[in-house]
Design a protein around this ligand. Structure first.
Ligand SMILES: Cc1cc2nc3c(=O)[nH]c(=O)nc-3n(C[C@H](O)[C@H](O)[C@H](O)COP(=O)(O)O)c2cc1C
Length: 196
């Protein structure tokens, strides 16, 4: 695939096969994230690559428990409201049971923390497409990145006290008949371009 085709055909995968891809494929996707640009070349993003099923299950339970304690409010971001409602009824699994979750943290007091992490996430998702892996941007750990229980758990996984998670990427083989991600791009109706 040429570069534009790789970008054009990247789609979000939300149903994964349970088995983890080879470690070398995951490492390559993460390495692509490490080669993202960073503000002033800070290279301060921290890639917490979670492949352990028990850890992922515990983290998903914790995220569900913490959302279940929250209340929806009028005008709330719809995905956040859905997270709260589904967590209260016990059915929420924020990472879609993907076998791998890459949580990307950065220094909480660094002005480009979110931008650097998101650029790294996009590199990982594009690399995943090149490797025939499914991927999905996962925002819930950012929403909970000032939640004490979640941060305590992430600290146990290696997150430093001065770091927060700004994005995560779910990775794995898509649960499709051929194991390949759906690659049909959604039609572009927005994202206008103004040329001067
Ligand atoms: C800032 C941002 C946050 C997102 N958060 C989530 C998320 O938490 N869970 C999810 O399933 N998808 C999430 N997505 C993925 C979008 O829903 C998805 O990119 C969009 O619907 C277009 O579909 P496509 O990725 O298949 O082209 C997020 C995307 C962005 C850019």
């Amino acid at each position: 695939m040429d570069a534009f085709e790789l970008i054009r055909t990247r789609r979000s995968t939300r149903k994964f096969k349970p088995d983890a891809p080879d470690a070398a494929l995951i490492s390559k996707a993460v390495e692509a994230g490490r080669y993202a640009p960073s503000g002033s070349n800070s290279q301060s993003a921290h890639f917490i690559v979670i492949k352990n099923k028990e850890v992922l299950t515990r983290l998903a339970e914790l995220v569900k428990d913490e959302f279940a304690k929250m209340e929806t409010t009028p005008g709330m971001y719809p995905a956040m409201a859905r997270a709260i409602t589904s967590s209260k009824n016990g059915s929420y699994v924020f990472h879609y049971n993907a076998p791998v979750l890459v949580a990307i943290a950065n220094k909480k007091d660094y002005t480009n923390n979110l931008a650097d992490c998101v650029l790294a996430a996009q590199n990982i998702m594009l690399m995943a497409n090149a490797l025939d892996l499914g991927s999905c941007y996962i925002n819930q750990l950012k929403w909970l990145n000032e939640n004490d229980a979640v941060n305590e758990y992430l600290s146990g996984l290696g997150m430093a006290p001065d770091e927060r998670v700004y994005v995560a990427v779910a990775l794995g083989y898509a649960d499709t008949p051929d194991g390949l991600p759906v690659r049909e791009p959604l039609p572009r109706k927005g994202n206008p371009v103004t040329e001067i």
